[in-house]
Ligand binder design. Structure first.
Ligand code: HSE
Length: 296
């Protein structure tokens, strides 16, 4: 039995659309076993996901195909902690879990970088799968099929909170509301802000992080799909939180707080309970390790 733990991720981080991703301390865990029964058995998920269209299984097949291996039968168990369709990278965990699990089952013939390329092909963009694999704060890009990334550690002056609503939002719906073209002004608005966001998160410039996360490429369009977005983000700032952004394609809001503002969590719990009762708050830390094979 092989067990694979994959962290959830928060992509974009405001101005870093389709480029930045942060691995967080919330995990999906996948267990794999090759069986002699010639069957595919999937457990731990709703019945509708227990077939050969399952994303974990389809990802495993990519590895088996690449190395020319035919498993006799497969048992897959999924233990889910990451909220589904909430912008916390749950589908990326299925892809990464399936790829790394299949690879480990057959003696690890493929390297992490090769699995990264397959993961990007399956997910369509690298910003969730890169931190899910490598951990930390990652900037990644796909250049004509070649994927490249740089990983950095997040400065310990920050803590993170996922503010998660009770409604899902599919990434394709959230991409559909984006414009086909953007203005030169919007592009140049984002460039310095994205660079500063990445640097401030790594070097601890909390005062800069307060100013630099405003985005013009996706958040103005997507926030309309997220009920309570404006009031919750405004309230978070009033509670002394450094900044907020849409986590991935949403609808979760990621709040970045200073460790010197310890009242934030309690204040936000009280506010959500009263004003937006469908929302929950999950305290999170950066995960600097990424996917882990835990063994049997
Ligand atoms: N960068 C992607 C997006 C992340 O914002 O659409 C979603 O998976």
């Amino acid at each position: 039995m092989i067990k694979v733990q994959v962290p959830g991720t928060s992509a974009n981080l405001g101005p870093g659309f389709d480029a930045f991703g942060l691995a967080l301390s919330i995990y999906n865990t996948f267990s794999f076993e090759e069986k002699n029964d010639g069957k595919l058995t999937i457990r731990g998920v709703e019945r509708k996901y227990q077939s050969d269209t399952n994303l974990v299984y389809r990802s495993m097949q990519k590895v088996f195909k690449k190395v020319g291996y035919r498993p006799r039968g497969l048992y897959i168990h999924t233990a889910v902690d990451i909220p589904i369709s909430r912008g916390l990278g749950s589908s990326a965990t299925c892809i990464v879990g399936g790829l790394f699990g299949a690879n480990a089952l057959i003696g690890s013939p493929l390297k992490a970088d090769e699995l990264f390329d397959i993961a990007v092909e399956l997910e369509g963009h690298p910003d969730n799968v890169a931190p899910a694999i490598f951990g930390g704060l990652v900037v990644s890009m796909n250049d004509h099929g070649k994927n490249t990334y740089i990983k950095s550690l997040v400065h310990p002056c920050y803590e993170f909170y996922a503010l998660v609503p009770d409604f899902p939002l599919s990434t394709s719906d959230a991409r559909q509301v984006l414009p086909k073209k953007i203005s030169f002004a919007d592009a140049t608005h984002n460039l310095p802000r994205a660079t500063m966001t990445y640097l401030a998160l790594t070097n601890g410039s909390a005062d800069i992080l307060k100013l630099c996360m405003k985005d013009r490429l996706h958040q103005p369009y997507r926030k309309k799909l997220i009920a309570h977005y404006d009031v919750i983000t405004k309230k978070a700032r009033e509670m002394g939180c450094l900044n907020t952004c849409i986590s991935g394609a949403g609808p979760t809001i990621l709040a970045i707080n200073s460790v010197d503002n310890p009242s934030f969590q309690q204040d936000m719990v009280g506010y959500l309970a009263e004003k937006a009762p469908g929302w929950q708050i999950i305290p999170l830390a950066p995960d600097h390790t990424g996917v882990q094979i835990l063994g049997g």
